[in-house]
Every structure is written in C-alpha cells, then in structure tokens.
Ligand binder design. Structure first.
Ligand code: COA
Length: 331
C-alpha cells in the first residue's frame, strides 16, 4: 500500500477581528477573565456576505498554488465543517465547482472539532487504497453564524477560519515521511453536553426554535472541559504507545485549539514540554475544523517544523468525538 504524505498547506482567515474588549461591550464579561480562563485574546469573524465555502475555497487555492497544481488535478475534495453553506448541496460540491476540479468527487464530513482530524485520516485511506493520488482536505467553519452573542459562556470562545491540506502518495525521496497511525473514538452519550439542538430532522426550524435560540451552540462548558483534557491525554498516549514512541520523540504536538487550559492540562499530563506544543488560540479562538491547519501554518512559519519531524495531531469535540494521529512531516 502506498504511504501517504501531506504535501501542501493553505489557510485563510477573514480580516475582521473581534477582540475581548469588543466582547466586553456585548456581554457581561471582561478581557482578563477570558484570557485567564481560555487563553483567547481575539478571533477573526467573517463579513456577512462570506460563507464557509468562500473561506474554504480561498484556503484551497493557497494550498494548490503552494504545490503548483490546479483544481483539475484533484481526485477528491473533503470539506470538514459544522457550518456548511446549507445542508445540501454539500460545501464540497460548491468548492469543487469554484476550483474547476472537474475530475474530483467529494463530500462534507461532520465531526465537530474532530472533523479535520477525521478528514485527514479518511483522505489518507483513499490514497493508501491506491485509487486516489491527490486528495484535498479542507477544514472551514463560520462559527459566528451559530454562536449566540448574548451567551457569555460560548460567544467568547469561537472564531471563523479555514485551512486545507493536500494528501498525496509518498515516494522514495520522502524517506519514510508521511502517515504513521491514527486512533479515534466517539462517545454519543456525551451528545447533550455540546450541541446545536435545532435545524435538523428532530427539531426543524420554526418560529419556536428561533425564539428559544435553539439554532445556536449550547454547551455545558465544565463537562466538555473535563472530557477534553482526559481524552486528549488518553488518545495521544495510546497512539504513541502502540507505535513504540515516547512523548520526548514528538517534534511538534498540534492540538485542536478549544481552550489553552485544555491543551496545557493534557500536554503536561503527557510530559510534553511547552516548546513541543503549538498554541495559537490567543489570535484565532476555536475555529472548529480549521484549528489544525491554522496551527500547522503557524508552526511552519515559526521554523519549528522540519522534514522528518514526528508530528502528533489531536482533537476532541462535540459528539463526543476524539482522536490523535501521528505523521512524519514530509517537507
Ligand atoms: N466572563 C465572565 N464570567 C464568566 C464567563 C465570561 N465569559 N463565562 C462564564 N462566566 C462565569 C460563570 O457564570 C461562573 O460564575 P458563577 O461562579 O458566579 O456561577 C464562573 O464564571 C465560572 O464558570 P465556569 O463555567 O465554571 O468557568 P470555566 O472555568 O469552566 O470556564 C469555559 C468556562 C466555557 C471557558 C470552559 O468551561 C471551557 O472552555 N469549556 C470547554 C468548552 C469547549 O472547549 N467547547 C468546545 C469544545 S471543542
């Protein structure tokens, strides 16, 4: 089976910024509390006319340009998102059309904050099967459209953004770089702790669902927090252990960015040093499906990620969903 590598990356964040000070004028909160409890200073918010497919297309274009290819060369496009432009057609179809990716098939993948991690794994399986040579994984979310900006427990956390990674078969020149392993777990018994209750077949949109604000994210923050720290630690420890690796072997740990304290709690328990861990939640907040590519871009720009480094991606999200994957960086 061919080995799979990440061969290019592209990101897009909308220019509009919502700072903690801005939020102080919207809800009963203060910047010090937000920074201390979450690590977030600001987040980017899409302009009203911009939707998830627009940000996803921008990120995809950057990734394709970085690799020097066009959309016409893609075999498949997976869009990881909880905020599709609409339920159907899929956002993957909308992006495919704009990229001129006339050979590609694709679909949307919904796993909340674990979406991009699951997308990477699914895309890697398509390449490993030998049936696909270029698969584009896009993580894009316009969280500001499903956040209740009167609820101080959630509105401080989320931001908008997009990222894309291109997956291709690794060759001999890649010297063993590429996908190593993935471990995932879902636990639907935690579904009530973090959800957008209405808008699906259970509670279709009605005047009542709108009035009760059921089209927004609802969460029990402390429950989610505790699960996230425990599960991120467990997933990462297990994937390392079953590959005979130690935390000290990790070049860069790229975790989902939901709360700085979730990341540091899980990573300290694992014995990872702060310099191994990427945290950029201060500038973007939780962009749901876009956090992993955005954090990867930052670590590359900081010169902290080099060819051959062991990379561990990890995520936990609504569902519950969780997972961790190991890669050797290929470029
Ligand atoms: N500003 C000021 N005070 C706030 C606040 C805000 N934005 N949000 C909550 N508070 C208050 C609470 O009302 C509570 O007040 P009380 O003690 O008078 O009742 C107090 O702060 C503590 O609330 P608590 O919920 O215990 O805070 P916390 O330390 O757990 O932080 C979260 C709240 C939401 C930041 C935290 O639970 C969290 O990040 N959870 C995970 C959420 C998440 O990651 N979701 C996405 C998953 S991928």
């Amino acid at each position: 089976m061919p080995k799979v590598k990440i061969s290019a990356l592209g990101c897009y964040v909308p220019p509009g910024v919502l700072t903690n000070k801005d939020l102080e004028r919207m809800v009963d909160t203060n910047s010090e509390w937000i920074v201390e409890r979450t690590g977030i200073c600001e987040r980017h918010i899409a302009a009203p006319e911009m939707a998830t497919s627009d940000m996803g297309t921008e990120a995809a274009r950057v990734a394709l340009a970085a690799r020097g290819i066009t959309g016409a060369e893609l075999d498949a496009i997976l869009v990881c998102t909880v905020t599709p432009d609409m339920l159907f057609p899929s956002t993957a179809c909308l992006v495919q059309d704009r990229l001129g990716a006339h050979r590609a098939w694709g679909f949307d993948l919904i796993a909340a904050c674990s979406s991009f991690l699951y997308g990477l794994t699914t895309g890697a399986a398509l390449i490993a099967a030998g049936t696909h040579r270029k698969v584009l994984i896009i993580g894009a979310d316009t969280m500001s459209r499903i956040i209740d900006y009167t609820d101080r427990g959630t509105c401080i956390l989320f931001g908008d953004g997009a990222g894309a990674m291109l997956l291709e078969p690794a060759g001999e020149s890649d010297a063993g770089a590429g996908f190593i392993d993935f471990i995932g777990e879902i636990d639907g018994s935690g579904g009530d702790f973090l959800k957008m209750p209405a808008g699906g077949s259970r509670l279709p949109a009605s005047a009542e669902t709108v009035e009760k604000r059921l089209h927004f994210v609802h969460q029990q923050g402390q429950q989610v927090f505790k699960y996230a720290v425990k599960k991120m630690y467990e997933m990462c420890s297990e994937v390392l252990e079953r590959n005979g690796l130690k935390p000290s072997d990790v070049g860069v740990m790229i975790p989902h960015q939901a709360n700085r304290r979730i990341i540091t709690g899980a990573c300290e328990r694992m014995g990872l040093k702060p310099e191994q861990v990427v945290i950029n939640i201060d500038r973007y907040g939780n962009t749901t499906s876009a956090t992993l590519p955005l954090a990867t871009r930052d670590v590359i720009e900081q010169g902290r990620l080099k060819k051959g480094d062991l990379v561990m991606f990890a995520a936990v999200g609504a569902g519950y969903t969780a997972g961790a994957s190991l890669w050797r960086w290929a470029y």
